[in-house]
Design a protein around this ligand. Structure first.
Ligand SMILES: [Zn+2]
Length: 200
């Protein structure tokens, strides 16, 4: 089942830089914490190149999944749901889109022909109001490569999805263990399927 989701994400959203079998290998691979850090560096570098090429806003969608096993049927499913909603929101403003799998998990990247402030407002709304929105991090960058925060738009900081305190303080204090966070995401995924909630 996982492989089918990967194939469908590849067909719909990948920039086809590589073969689908490469994505499946990256999905099956066992990662260590250093891999996550270096995948992050590679991603930031790729994002900068894309922004320089298109001179437009960029969105990066990742599942906020703890630990090193970030590639699993839950993260794939969540990305699949969120990706299609984002495509629907920005439709004809999408200049580029890609789907990749790395040590950071499944990742959606989109370049959008729209001001970063407007993009950010929409993505914050998705993070806050979709049932699965709380499980994802949607980063937004402007055409100079600068990231944009909720605070710059006068919006409240993100709350921790486990306990509702400030997300930053929970990360700083390491308030929740990997199992607790994994459990939260798995439960949300299962409720989503069980009650056939329609995120749109
Ligand atoms: Zn918390």
């Amino acid at each position: 089942m996982d492989k089918n989701i990967i194939r469908s994400l590849y067909e719909k959203y990948s920039s086809k830089k590589y073969d689908v079998s490469e994505l499946i290998n990256k999905y099956d691979k066992k990662y260590i914490p250093e891999d996550v850090l270096s995948a992050r560096e590679t991603r930031v570098c790729r994002q900068e190149k894309l922004i320089a090429r298109y001179k437009a806003s960029l969105i990066s969608i990742r599942v906020n999944y703890p630990g090193v096993r970030k590639n699993n049927y839950i993260t794939l499913y969540i990305i699949k749901v969120l990706y299609s909603i984002i495509v629907e929101k920005f439709k004809n403003k999408i200049l580029y889109h890609d789907f990749d799998i790395t040590a950071e998990g499944p990742i959606g990247t989109l370049v959008i022909n729209e001001l970063k402030e407007n993009v950010k407002r929409i993505t914050v709304d998705l993070e806050e109001n979709l049932f699965l929105g709380r499980c994802v991090d949607i980063d937004v960058y402007g055409k100079m490569g600068e990231s944009i925060s909720r605070r710059e738009l006068g919006l409240k900081d993100r709350k921790c999805y486990v306990c509702q305190r400030s997300a930053q303080s929970c990360v700083r204090e390491r308030r929740h263990g990997i199992e607790e966070v994994e459990e939260f995401i798995r439960k949300r995924y299962e409720d989503y399927i069980k009650y056939s909630i329609k995120d749109e």
